[in-house]
Design a binder for this molecule. Structure first.
Ligand code: ATP
Ligand SMILES: Nc1ccn([C@H]2C[C@H](O)[C@@H](COP(=O)(O)O)O2)c(=O)n1
Length: 672
C-alpha cells in the first residue's frame, strides 16, 4: 500500500493481464456480523483486509466474540449465540457505515452498555432514521453529540426493555439502504416468539444491497419474506445458524475500475478480473451493463470477467444510477473519454457517503479541465476530446477511497499528463493494494516512467538520499552499486581474482546474477549478503570489475528492468550518463573528501567495524580516481545534471533539495 503524501501517476497507455480483486466490503462486514450473532464457529474465506473490516473485527472482539486470524484472507469467528455481549464496551468504527449501522441495530437489541463512535466524518453521516426505528421498538439509545448522527450510546445494562413488536417497524428507505439492512440483520434477535415485520417508508434506494443482505441472511439460516420492496417479514423462531465456512466474493464495485481500464485501454486479450463474475450477488455487477453501453467489450463467467476496448471514443450515456451508486463514480471519469456529454442521475445518496461525493466529483473533474454541471441528485459531465483540453491535476481525495481509485483512470488522458492522487492511503478502506494492482496491468506511455538519477563519488550520501526520495514519492529504488558489489562478491566466491584476464568469466556471473532486493536486505540466491556487500573490500573489488566493459553490458538489462510504475530513483556512477540518459532529473551529488571520509568512518564505527579516517580517505580517493578514469562509463556528471554539494547539508536538507528540483519539473499548477 502507498502511504506517501501523494502518488503521481505517469501518463498511462495500455492495459492487459490479470488482477485478483479483494473481497467485497459489503459482504465481508455483513458476514462478520452474522457470524458474530450465530452459535458456533464460522470460517470466513477471502475476507477483505481493510480499514473497514479491521474496525468491525475489533468491535466483535470487544463484545466477546473470538476472532482468530488464520491467514491474510481467512478469519475464524466464534459467535455469541445465546450469550450476552461483553459490556460495557466502547466501539470505535472509523468511517465504516457497514459497521456502524448494523452494529447499532444489533447491540440495541441486546443486554449491555455500549458507545459507538467513529472519525469526524462518521459523525456527520446520518443515522437518525435507524435510531428512530429502534426507539419505536423501545430500545434505550441516545445521541452523544448532534441529534441524528453518531456517536451513540446504548444503555441496557439493566436489561433490554420490552420490545414493541405488535405493529410493523417503520424505517425510511430513501436516505440509505443501510438502515434497512441493519434492521434485517438484527431483528431475528427479536423474532424468537413472533413474526417481526419491517415497513419501508418512502422509495427504497440501492435495492441491490438489500438483495445481498437477504442472500447472506439465508446463508445464516434466516428466511425473510419480502412483499415488493415495502414490507419484510422475519418469521417467529428465527435463529442464526453458522454455515461453518463461507467465501466472500470479490468486490464488484472494485471491479468497476478494472472494467473501465479494459474499456479505456484494454489491448490484446484485455484485462481479466478474477474473483467476481457475471452471476455475482452484488448489485454493482450491473456496472457491466453501463460499461457495455459506453462501448466496452465484456465477457464473463462464474468468477471472472474479461474486458477489452470496444467503441472509441466511448459512447456517452444517460443513466439512472440508483442501482449502482458506488460504481457509478467510475462512470463519471469514463465520461471524460466519451463522444458527448454524459448524465448520471438519481445519485443523491452520494452526498452522505465518505464525503459529499457529488460536490467532490464535480470539483475534481473540473480540475482536469472538464465542464461539469452538479445538481441536487445528478451530474452532467462533458468529455475532454482533445489533448489540449486536459489539465494536469492534483486530485484531492477527501479520505474517500473511491475518489482516489476512479480518478486514477484520468492517467489515460491523450495529453500524456500525469495525475497526482493526494493521500493515496485512503484506498485502504476497501482495496489497500489498489495502485499495485493497477500498475501490474497498466503500461506507461513510452518513456513516461519517471526516473530520477543520483550519481556521485563514494560516500557522498547518494544511496541514503536516493532511498529516502524514493520512499517519499512511492517510487522503486535502484542501488546500482549493489549489483557491481554482488557481482564482485560472487566472482570472489567462485575463486576469481578481479583482474582483466577474468573479465569474460566475471561477465557471465554478472549476466546470471541471482540477486534479490527485499526491503533493506539484499539476497544472492538464498543467502542474505547485505553485510558482506557493504565491506570496504567488496566496494574496492566492485570498483575494479566496474571498469570491465563486458561486465557493464551484462548488467544493463537488469538495471533497465528497475524502471517500472510509478517511477524509479536510481543511484550510482553512470545512471544519468549511460543507463537512463533521458531521465527528467539528474543530480550529481558530491561532498568534500574530508567530509566523506568522516561520514564513512562514522558509518563503520556505528556498525562496530574499526577503521582509521586517514586510510578510509586514501581508499575512497583511490576508488574515485579509478571510477573517474576508466574508459567505459566513467564517473562524471551528465551534461544536464544539477550539482549538489552536500558537505554542509543534513540528510533531510539534501532530500528536500532533490524533491524541490523534482517538483519544479512537474506540470501541476502551484498549490493555492
Ligand atoms: N548530508 C548528507 N547527505 C547524505 N548522507 C549523509 C549526509 N550526512 C551524512 N550522511 C551519511 O553519509 C554516509 C554515507 O552515505 P551513503 O552510504 O548513502 O553514500 P553513498 O554515496 O551511497 O556511498 P557508496 O557509493 O559507497 O555506496 C551515511 O552514513 C549517511 O547517513
Ligand atoms: N552505476 C554504478 C555503480 C557502481 N559502480 C561501481 C563503482 C563503485 O566504486 C562500485 C561500488 O559502488 P557503490 O556501492 O559504492 O555505489 O561499483 C559503477 O561503476 N557504476
Amino acid at each position: 500500500m502507498y502511504t506517501t503524501d501523494f502518488l503521481d501517476l505517469p501518463a498511462l497507455r495500455l492495459a492487459g493481464g490479470s488482477v485478483r480483486l479483494p473481497g467485497s466490503k459489503s459482504i465481508s462486514n455483513r458476514v462478520l456480523l452474522l457470524a458474530a450473532l450465530s452459535e458456533g464457529t464460522t470460517e470466513v474465506h477471502d475476507l477483505l483486509a481493510s480499514d473497514d473490516t479491521a474496525v468491525m473485527l475489533d468491535a466483535l472482539a470487544a463484545i466477546g466474540c473470538t476472532v482468530e486470524h488464520v491467514d491474510a484472507r481467512t478469519v475464524r469467528i466464534t459467535g455469541l449465540g445465546a450469550r450476552a455481549p461483553r459490556s460495557p464496551a466502547k466501539l470505535f468504527l472509523g468511517n465504516a457505515g457497514t459497521a456502524m449501522r448494523p452494529l447499532t441495530a444489533a447491540l440495541a437489541l441486546m443486554l449491555g452498555d455500549f458507545t459507538l463512535s467513529g472519525v469526524p466524518r462518521m459523525h456527520e453521516r446520518p443515522i437518525g432514521d435507524l435510531v428512530d426505528a429502534l426507539r419505536q421498538l423501545g430500545c434505550a439509545i441516545d445521541y452523544l453529540g448532534q441529534p441524528g448522527y453518531p456517536p451513540l450510546s446504548i444503555a441496557q445494562g439493566g436489561g433490554v426493555p420490552p420490545l414493541q413488536l405488535a405493529a410493523p417497524i417503520q424505517v425510511r428507505g430513501d436516505v440509505s439502504s443501510q438502515f434497512l439492512t441493519a434492521l434485517l440483520m438484527a431483528l431475528p434477535l427479536a423474532a424468537r416468539e413472533q413474526d417481526v415485520v419491517i415497513e419501508v417508508v418512502g422509495e427504497l434506494i440501492s435495492k441491490p444491497y438489500i438483495e445481498i443482505t437477504l442472500a447472506l441472511l439465508a446463508r445464516f439460516g434466516i428466511a425473510v419474506q419480502r412483499q415488493g420492496w415495502q414490507r419484510f417479514t422475519i418469521a417467529a423462531g428465527s435463529r442464526y445458524r453458522s454455515p461453518g465456512s463461507i467465501h466472500v466474493e470479490a468486490d464488484a464495485s472494485s471491479a468497476s475500475y478494472f472494467i473501465a481500464l479494459g474499456a479505456l485501454a484494454g489491448s490484446g486479450d484485455g484485462v481479466r478480473i478474477e474473483g467476481v463474475g457475471l452471476d455475482s450477488i452484488q448489485g454493482d455487477i450491473r456496472f457491466v451493463d453501463a460499461a457495455r453501453a459506453m462501448g466496452a467489450q465484456v465477457d464473463g463467467g462464474d468468477n471472472w470477467l474479461q474486458v477489452r476496448r470496444g467503441s472509441w471514443p466511448l459512447k456517452a450515456i444517460a443513466l439512472d444510477c440508483n442501482h449502482i451508486p458506488d460504481a457509478a463514480m467510475t462512470l463519471a471519469v469514463m465520461a471524460l473519454y466519451a463522444d458527448g456529454p454524459s448524465l448520471l442521475t438519481n445519485i443523491a445518496s452520494w452526498r452522505v457517503k465518505e464525503t459529499d461525493r457529488l460536490a467532490a466529483m464535480a470539483c475534481e473533474l473540473r480540475k482536469l479541465g472538464a465542464t461539469v454541471e452538479e445538481g441536487a441528485d445528478f451530474l452532467r459531465v462533458d468529455p475532454l476530446p482533445a489533448a489540449a483540453d486536459w489539465r494536469a491535476a492534483r486530485i484531492h481525495t477527501y479520505d474517500d477511497h473511491r475518489i482516489a481509485m476512479c480518478f486514477s483512470l484520468a492517467a489515460f488522458n491523450p495529453a500524456r499528463l500525469p495525475v497526482r492522487i493526494e493521500d493515496p492511503r485512503c484506498v485502504a478502506k476497501t482495496f489497500p493494494d489498489y495502485f499495485e494492482a493497477l500498475f501490474s496491468v497498466a503500461q506507461a506511455q513510452s518513456g513516461a516512467v519517471p526516473v530520477i538519477c543520483i550519481d556521485g563519488p563514494t560516500a557522498s550520501g547518494k544511496g541514503t538520499v536516493a532511498s529516502l526520495v524514493a520512499q517519499r514519492l512511492g517510487y522503486a529504488f535502484l542501488d546500482s552499486g549493489a549489483l557491481y558489489r554482488a557481482t564482485a562478491l560472487a566472482a570472489a566466491r567462485a575463486g576469481l581474482v578481479m583482474e582483466p584476464g577474468n573479465e569474460a568469466a566475471i561477465a557471465v556471473i554478472a549476466r546470471q546474477l541471482p540477486i534479490r532486493f527485499d526491503g533493506e536486505r539484499i539476497w544472492l540466491a538464498d543467502e542474505d549478503v547485505s553485510e558482506a556487500l557493504r565491506l570496504e573490500a567488496t566496494g574496492a573489488d566492485a570498483s575494479r570489475i566496474s571498469a570491465m566493459a563486458t561486465v557493464r553490458t551484462a548488467l544493463l538489462d537488469l538495471q533497465h528492468g528497475f524502471a517500472r510504475l510509478p517511477g524509479l530513483v536510481a543511484d550510482g556512477r553512470d545512471m544519468g550518463t549511460v543507463i537512463f540518459p533521458t531521465a527528467p532529473l539528474k543530480v550529481f551529488m558530491t561532498a568534500s573528501a574530508a567530509c566523506r571520509a568522516e561520514r564513512r568512518h562514522k558509518q563503520l564505527i556505528s556498525k562496530g567495524i574499526d577503521a582509521k579516517i586517514d586510510s578510509l580517505r586514501a581508499d575512497l580517493e583511490a576508488r574515485d580516481a579509478r571510477d573517474q578514469s576508466r574508459a567505459v562509463a566513467p564517473l562524471k556528471p551528465a551534461q544536464d545534471a544539477l550539482l549538489l554539494d552536500n558537505s554542509t547539508l543534513t540528510i533531510e536538507e539534501t532530500v528536500a533539495q532533490v524533491l524541490a528540483w523534482w517538483q519544479e519539473r512537474q506540470p501541476f499548477a502551484p498549490v493555492g
